[in-house]
Write a protein that binds this ligand. Sequence first.
Ligand code: DHB
Ligand code: MG
Length: 225
Amino acid sequence: LTPENWRRVDAYFTDTLVGHDETLEHAVADQDAAGLPAIEVAPVAGKLIHLLARISGARRVLEIGTLGGYSTIWLARGVPDDGLVTTIEAEPANAAIARASIDRAGVGHKVEIRIGRGEDVLPTLTGPFDLVFIDADKESNALYLDWAARLGHPGTVVVVDNTARGGDVADPAVTTAQIEGVRRGLAMLGADPRFDATALQTLDRKGWDGVAIAVLTEVVEGFDD
Ligand code: DHB
Ligand code: MG
């Protein structure tokens, strides 16, 4: 396995299944031009969250971490015309770039950007959300998962980006705040009865990473087992 052959496969899947989309590529170009980090989801991963929205019949989506709006556009295209994606972005400058790209994509009427840190904005939201995509500061993943459970309903789909991080997640020598946050989130997905979850390793144009996918369960209050 070499970078060349997995990137070739990613390009092949992208060309064959995802296609090329000027609006999405424009969003990435504007994000790059504004100096935002190139950490948006890969096209194959954007299509994955889009398909999960459609498969689950999601009408209301919550995204934590807008960045330049690339994944937001994918999600907005996955909800019906009267659906809504609420996306939280801590950086007002990022939100401005995202708003322009989302409007240019023709999905502006389906997207509400809430500017602020997740921990401040989440308590102000009213659910229920049918799908939650967590892709922000990794240190807060467990906090975001708790809010996903509170703002969701049984059957809500929860997706967490960046769960392998080049293999660091399972390397005990790596103890950064980010990786500890990823681990706390995964431990919660495994142990908290409100979630049923799995995770997959991914090798796409962004390299070696992973995505966790969960569903919110029916938790009966007062029963711990
Ligand atoms: C980082 C964050 C992301 O959401 C991602 O997809 C890749 C990298 C980061 O903060 O390094
Ligand atoms: Mg990410």
